[in-house]
Design a protein around this ligand. Structure first.
Ligand code: SF4
Length: 462
């Protein structure tokens, strides 16, 4: 099965799937052909290109069967926790006991793209008073209203304080619609004042120790709520074990990022990397499968790097990408224009950093939560982006704005200023990517081509 890496259309994958099956492909229980997801409404898959490895097939199937797995978990007697706006903290507490399954309702962000608007979630949110002046995460509101996607959680949690205005407003609207929420607070991250103790966070930012203590108390409240839901105690040892298991996933993802972004041969497409990068946030509702998928992807990438075989020519221009794209066609557009994504800040970097294992577990989780780029300043975020762009040898940067997102109004300009100061030779462009970007594709293509041309010209005329 060691074929050369390639990007296949859905129809080509169907043929390959049959071939792999004839050769004895073994799949996880949620496996199957990718095209069956189109029958369930994921029409965007018809416009995408997919990596041809069995590892990528397993990744896609894990992602696209999440709703089925959540319904199966409910039917099996498990309690469902919807962990909103924390990107990787509450799921670790929930997975500390076997009877709970945590998922990320904010992930409905991608439904309008995957279903090409056919689910009508954004219109539903608009009818509920949350229109397109808000970020596409408002699709989540439509999913709660229609109840045709994920099961309505037994418990909803949501962080407040240092979060975006969009999510605060949407979550408040959700609560008014009759979905009670357990709120917990993350303060804006600040360094210590004179005389205060300061701690270095896993992502390299610093924070006053008193803030860690505050968030740890908030998490203690959450631990008790989750205990009540699970009907059994969640000891600190349980939490420590869950942190260790999460760190296994996080280290695998870091190894994958290093291998893919650091290699000259681009061993995995940017689209599969985007999906892999989101996995540590809530393990796609299945921690052990997430670990297995990442192990398989990493093994495939290591094999490709060893053979020097990639999906793009080595001359592809190395772009660092800022912010997740709501339309999954964009990574392919970049690659078709002669670029490759060699590093990204998809706003999940704090869910990828190893959580400290040598401090009390709730403090360790508080440190992870406070590492969220949204909890600190845009300058802090810009510095992290510069470190990563330097580390992976980026030749240019794209800041993709999220339509309606409150933080995107000014954040891109601040990040650009930090980058221009720290990496003055790096060209930076900024543009907005809507959930279904078809009408804008020619414009976006021209912008990306111009950026790539600029880098190439600089190479020949230093
Ligand atoms: S505005 Fe930004 S941070 Fe807030 S929910 Fe949307 S994408 Fe996430």
């Amino acid at each position: 099965m060691n074929e050369a890496p390639a990007r296949l259309s859905l129809a080509e994958w169907d043929v390959r799937y049959d071939t792999l099956r004839q050769r004895g492909l073994r799949e996880a229980w949620y496996g199957g052909s990718l095209s069956r997801h189109v029958e369930h409404g994921d029409r965007r898959l018809l416009s995408l290109r997919f990596d041809n490895s069995p590892a990528a097939l397993r990744l896609w199937n894990l992602l696209l069967t999440e709703e089925e797995r959540l319904h199966a978990a409910r039917a099996g007697g498990k309690k469902i926790v919807g962990a909103m706006k924390d990107l990787g903290t509450v799921p670790i507490l929930a997975y500390a006991v076997p009877g709970l399954v945590a998922f990320y309702p904010d992930g409905a962000w991608w439904i309008p793209c995957l279903m090409e608007g056919s689910a009508g979630l954004l219109a539903k949110a608009g009818a509920l008073g949350i229109d397109d002046t808000f970020c596409p995460v408002r699709a989540m509101l439509g999913a709660f209203e229609t109840q045709r996607h994920f099961p309505i959680p037994d418990l909803l949690t949501c962080s407040v304080g240092a979060t975006c205005d969009d999510f605060s407003a949407i979550a408040q609207r959700l609560e008014h619609m009759g979905h009670p929420i357990h709120w917990w607070e993350i303060p804006h991250r600040r360094p210590a004042e004179p005389g205060e103790e300061q701690t270095l966070l896993p992502t390299g930012a610093t924070v006053a120790q008193s803030e860690i203590a505050f968030v740890a108390r908030e998490l203690e409240r959450l631990r008790r709520v989750l205990q009540d839901l699970a009907g059994r105690s969640i000891s600190l040892d349980d939490v420590s074990a869950s942190i260790r298991a999460a760190n296994v996933v996080r280290r695998l993802l870091c190894a994958l990022r290093d291998a893919v972004y650091g290699s000259p041969c681009c061993p995995l497409p940017a689209l599969e990397m985007l999906i892999a990068e989101v996995l540590p946030v809530h393990f796609c509702s299945d921690r052990s499968e997430t670990e297995a998928v990442l192990r398989e992807l990493l093994a495939e990438v290591v094999r490709r790097v060893h053979c020097g075989s990639g999906i793009l020519p080595q001359s592809a221009v190395r772009l660092f990408w800022v912010n997740p794209v709501a339309d999954l066609r964009i990574p392919r557009l970049v690659e078709d224009c002669g670029g490759r994504i060699c590093g990204a800040d998809y706003m999940f970097c704090h869910a990828q950093a190893t959580i400290p294992e040598n401090v009390p577990p709730l403090e360790a989780l508080a440190m992870a939560a406070l590492s969220d780029p949204m909890a600190g300043t845009a300058v802090d975020r810009g510095r992290w982006i510069c470190r990563e762009a330097r580390r992976f040898g980026a030749e240019a940067m794209v800041i993709s704005r999220i339509p309606g997102a409150s933080h995107c109004a000014t954040e891109g300009e601040i990040i650009r200023r930090v980058v221009t100061r720290e990496l003055p030779h790096l060209p930076v462009i900024e543009f907005e990517v809507p959930s279904v970007a078809d009408a804008l594709l020619p414009t976006l293509q021209t912008r990306v081509e111009a950026l790539i041309e600029t880098v190439r010209l600089r190479k020949v005329k230093p």
